[in-house]
Design a protein around this ligand. Sequence first.
Ligand SMILES: [Mn+2]
Length: 340
Amino acid sequence: MANHNPNDVSIPNGNYFALPFTPEEAALVLLSVPWDVTTSYRPGAAKGPDAILEASPQLDLYDFHYPGAWRKGIGTLEFDSTIPYTSKKLREEAEKVIIHLESGGSVEEEYAVKKLKRINKASRLLNEYVYREAKRWLDAGKKVGLVGGDHSTPFGLIRAVAEREGEIGILQIDAHADLRVAYEGFEHSHASIMNNALNGIDGVQSLVQVAVRDLSEEEAQRIDSDGRITCFSNHILSQNRFEGVNWQDQCRLIVDALPQKVYISFDIDGLTPEYCPSTGTPVPGGITFDEAVHLLFFVKASGRKIVGFDLCEVVPDPKNEWDANVGARILFKLCNFALL
Ligand SMILES: [Mn+2]
């Protein structure tokens, strides 16, 4: 750290943003979870952490909201290197299940049952792993951020944070509601993370969704009937905008719906697709990069505490760095807001 000159060109060192901190020295640690077993449309989120890590040293460290926040330390955790292999292997199984369902098969047929059993068991093990890792570092007094992976990956982190903090609210920026019940038979589908958090984690007292714009009827009914959920859908946000409500006032409405302790779950597809062209399930509409950053700032400026966060569904394009570049910049803002 003593030798780190933030004005020099950063030399990649295997850490996010090429920062010089060990996890022990850092106030915040990042856990990479390269896992995308249940992605339904276009895989690749398992490659997100590596790509973001590789793109991140090109960022300049000056933060316009909180200059020097990084000096508190952002550490990069070693992760279980078998995760991407298990993910790849199980993805092949999951794809067979999806093809089976798409061609009229059911999740009750033995062909699917056996595969689903294996996949669901592995997903539970992954959740346990993330929970243990997160708990270990939370117990050491650190904040923990997770870099996915698909949107199923943060379950263990949300659980560990909620256990520690008591009642928390989740701010979810996402094109999808992720309230499916065992989507395609996968208990821990990327499309089920918020259903699983609300049903499976006691401390999660509220969910505030932003930019949701691709929704099943069942999910819409769930939003209407579950008093813990407030959805600022893309539809509502656009309508307000067209009627002249500015983004600052929309941020106030969103943040007012959150409790004091906020966990941020950032699915990159919540942004407009120009910022995440390669993500697994892109949807037109969404909020811009600047709007997302202002919303995060507003959470912090309201006096709320950011107790943890994840960034998921960043899929790199092998031919260009843009998706990873945007991901690295969102990740840096998440870290800096969480550090203060
Ligand atoms: Mn999602």
